[in-house]
Ligand binder design. Sequence first.
Ligand code: ZN
Length: 161
Amino acid sequence: MRVAKDSVVSLEYKLHLGDGQVIDQSAPDQPLSYLHGHRQIVPGLEGALEGMGLGDSKQVVVAPGQGYGEHDPAGVRTVPRNMLPPGFSPQAGQTLMAQTDQGDIPLRIQEVRDDAVVVDLNHPLAGKTLHFDVTVKGVRAATQEELTHGHVHGPGGHDHG
Ligand code: ZN
C-alpha cells in the first residue's frame, strides 16, 4: 500500500540544514513510526511522503513555513542578569527550561552581555530550511484503536504498558 491519511508509516530519516551535517536521525534499526495525516511530523515532510511505497527513498527540502515556522523576532528577549538564579553562569548556545503557566518552555541563550542575557524562545529550527533523507520502512493501515487514540501502538509507537 501507499502512504495516505490514516496510514501508520515507519520512517528512516536523516535531517540536515543544507550542509550535509546530520543534526537528527532515526535510531539504527528503529525507524520512527507515526500516524500519517495527523500533523505528527512537520507539514512539508508529511506532504512529500504522501503516495510513497515500501522501500521508497526521497530527499525532501522543507521551507521554514512548512517546517518549524519562521523565526519570530518577538521571541528574542533581553533578560537582566539579576533575574537569573544566583551563581548561574550563562553560556551562549546553552538551553534552559523556563517554568511557565503553559508548562516548561526551552530558552536558548543567544548572547551573554555584562548586565543581561539575550534569549530566544523560538523553536531551534524556526527559520531553517530542512533537508530530509527519508526511506519508508513500513506502511500499513492504522487500527481503529490507534485512530481513536491518535497515535501508533507497537514497535516505535506508544506503549500503554
Ligand atoms: Zn494508545
